[in-house]
Write a protein that binds this ligand. Structure first.
Ligand SMILES: Nc1ncnc2c1ncn2[C@@H]1O[C@H](COP(=O)(O)OP(=O)(O)OP(=O)(O)O)[C@@H](O)[C@H]1O
Ligand SMILES: [Mg+2]
Ligand SMILES: [Zn+2]
Length: 337
């Protein structure tokens, strides 16, 4: 992870956390002044806790256990009384607790897995977002499985037009099912990668976005980039000789991120260096067992003309090929407006 970005972001997290804790403290103080009953209940709670500590020090195991259980019940009763008091004041139950942006790491940026501390996914995803310009990101909030609209897909089979026994509707429903299963199996080594092919406006980027949205929500790091920008970035990073920390970070992310989405493959300007880099990305990610989605307007035949056998054999062997077909939804949407 880029040390500059990480340090800045960590500082941001520390501030955010302190702010949340400070604000909660202010709310608590204000409440103590305003509601004497609340103060009384807190004092009772404190006394009980002290009593409990004292009891724990003496008596036999059974006495201690009984005392502890009793104390828990009493503490619970006070907590419920506090809750009722809050409700009667029109306050949420968690009013005095800090409101953290991320419930998983409570804005520390770290989570504990066993006895190991790892970066929380919210932090990793923020690094990805910072590293890559926002305008290249997907529209995750607009294009996801919740906003998926089957009304754009015809239920008429047109074998001549689409060379398929399925209707566009049946086809997209199958791809959607496969995509949901894909995102549920990102860690599964048996899960193949996805290759989306199809004409313009048939929903490839939408489906990629829906998968990305779901993966991010599950805590995976996701990187979306169009093939031309990805290739330029990779080559720039190489030319910078990895001295530029941001470029080095960008480069490494392409290989390390849990899910890489390469959109619009085939629209990049082709060169031998780019072929080598594309092969390197596809191959390294396969070896690392990291999932990739590739989208393209090209057919498999076109791809075979543009890319060499080493790339093609990996795509065919390790990717499930999903052919998108149907009307151009972009045009359909335009007509509807
Ligand atoms: N399942 C869907 N539900 C609702 N809207 C959709 C769906 N699929 C696609 N769209 C909309 O249709 C338009 C075109 O879809 P998209 O961008 O995914 O096409 P594409 O296959 O990636 O096209 P291109 O090859 O030109 O990149 C977008 O406005 C998108 O929001
Ligand atoms: Mg697209
Ligand atoms: Zn977090």
């Amino acid at each position: 992870m880029n040390s500059y970005i990480s340090k800045d972001l960590q500082r941001e997290y520390d501030l955010k956390r302190q702010r949340a804790i400070g604000e909660a403290e202010t709310r608590r103080k204000e409440l103590l002044e305003r509601l004497p009953r609340y103060e009384e209940l807190l004092i009772r709670k404190n006394k009980l806790a002290i009593e409990m500590a004292k009891t724990m020090l003496k008596g036999n195991d059974l006495d201690r256990q009984i005392a502890e259980e009793n104390m828990k019940i009493k503490l619970g009763e006070i907590d419920r009384e506090i809750e009722t008091l809050f409700v009667s004041e029109g306050l949420p139950k968690d009013y005095i607790y800090p409101k953290f942006e991320c419930g998983k790491c409570e804005d520390t940026g770290f989570i504990r897995l066993g006895n190991k501390e790892t970066r929380c996914s919210c932090f990793t995803q923020k690094v990805v977002n910072i590293t890559y310009k926002q305008n290249n990101m997907l529209r995750l909030e607009d294009e996801n499985f919740n906003t998926f609209d089957i009304a754009y897909f015809s239920n008429k089979v047109d074998k001549e037009k689409y060379q398929s026994d399925k209707s566009p509707l049946q086809n997209i429903e199958d791809i959607k099912k496969l995509s949901i299963s894909f995102v549920n199996n990102l860690d599964n080594p048996c899960q193949k990668n996805l290759l989306f092919t199809g004409r313009a406006g048939t929903g490839k980027t939408f489906m990629s976005s829906a998968i990305a949205h779901s993966a991010v929500n599950k805590g995976y790091s996701v990187l979306y980039q169009t093939a031309p920008l990805l290739m330029d970035m990779i080559i720039e990073a190489k030319f910078a000789g990895y001295k530029d920390e941001t470029k080095k970070e960008q480069y490494n992310r392409v290989f390390d991120v849990d899910l890489l989405i390469i959109d619009d493959l085939g629209t990049e300007n082709l060169s031998n260096t780019k072929f080598t880099e594309l092969f390197n990305i596809i191959n390294t990610r396969l070896l690392k067992d990291k999932k990739t989605i590739i989208s393209t307007n090209l057919t498999l035949q076109d791809l075979a003309v543009q890319y060499d056998d080493r790339v093609m054999s990996r795509l065919i062997g390790n990717y499930t090929i999903c052919r998108f077909f149907g009307d151009d939804i972009r045009l359909k949407k335009k007509k509807m407006c």
